[in-house]
Ligand binder design. Structure first.
Ligand SMILES: [Fe+2]
Ligand SMILES: [Fe+2]
Length: 258
């Protein structure tokens, strides 16, 4: 399929490109920067895991998964390069995520790495579902950004079962492995966001600490009720249930109509 980068002329990205809001734009930029780092881990893990796979259909889905994630990384890197023109450098916290995933790659068995990748893919699917439900109310000042995030959310939901099925084809998916994978993914994700988002916001406000703090406080105050009532906590943690399967996250026929 055509990528957003092929469909849309890319130009400078406005500072407040999402919802005309500095914090929302900073959150989306933090997500975009970490995406190629995570996808590199997914691609390498699935490429290694599929070697021991004799189910031809699952192997075909894995190859398609690798192709899609590679494409996501290419387009996000292109978008990130535009962001870097303004930010000057990548947000702190990114090298920590890369080092953690590199440590996982060198120290953990393929089964444990697949469990971690399945947990992270589950997070990506839950966040994509949340994004799609909010998408009608989001206002983008960049057509490239909108096409990129729309395409990525749809494809994440469509391939949400692949890593999970590959993991379960090789491992019984015990409860401890599920809890450990979700705990590591949550901890590292929260740490990265809490470092990267204020840093990006600080750059957007012209490196003014007061405006950065006031922007964050205002965003929390404005969105606290919505965050408390609409964050899909049960869906996020459903991964630890023994009967969990990502197919239940969304009706595929509804997804195909999007
Ligand atoms: Fe992706
Ligand atoms: Fe994915």
């Amino acid at each position: 399929m055509n990528t957003p980068a092929q469909q849309t002329e890319t130009s400078a990205i406005p500072v407040l490109w999402c919802n005309a809001d500095a914090v929302t734009s900073s959150v989306m930029e933090a997500v975009s920067f970490v995406t190629p780092v995570l996808e590199n881990f997914f691609i390498r893990t699935v490429a290694e895991g599929v070697r021991a796979q004799h189910d031809a259909e699952l192997a075909r889905r894995c190859q398609e998964f690798i192709h899609e994630e590679s494409n996501h990384s290419v387009v996000h890197k292109r978008f990130n390069a535009l962001l870097l023109n303004r930010l000057g450098k990548q947000p702190p916290g990114l090298s920590m995520v890369a080092a953690l995933l590199d440590g996982a790659r060198r120290r953990l068995s393929i089964s444990k790495r697949l469990a971690l990748a399945a947990a992270l893919e589950h997070f990506a699917a839950v966040i994509s579902k949340l994004y799609i439900s909010h998408e009608p109310s989001l206002e983008f000042e960049s057509a490239f950004a909108k096409e990129l995030f729309d395409m990525h959310a749809r494809e994440e939901l469509a391939h949400r079962c692949v890593v999970f099925d590959l993991w379960r084809a090789q491992d019984n998916g015990g409860r401890f492995a599920r809890i450990a994978a979700i705990a590591v993914a949550l901890f590292a994700g929260a740490l990265y966001v809490s470092i990267a988002v204020p840093w990006i916001l600080h750059r957007k406000t012209g490196k003014r600490y007061f405006r950065t703090g006031a922007g964050l406080a205002g965003f929390v105050a404005k969105n606290l009720k919505d965050t408390l009532t609409r964050t899909p906590v049960a869906e996020l943690f459903s991964f630890v249930r023994r009967d969990f399967h990502p197919v239940s996250l969304i009706d595929d026929s509804a997804l195909n109509r999007l």
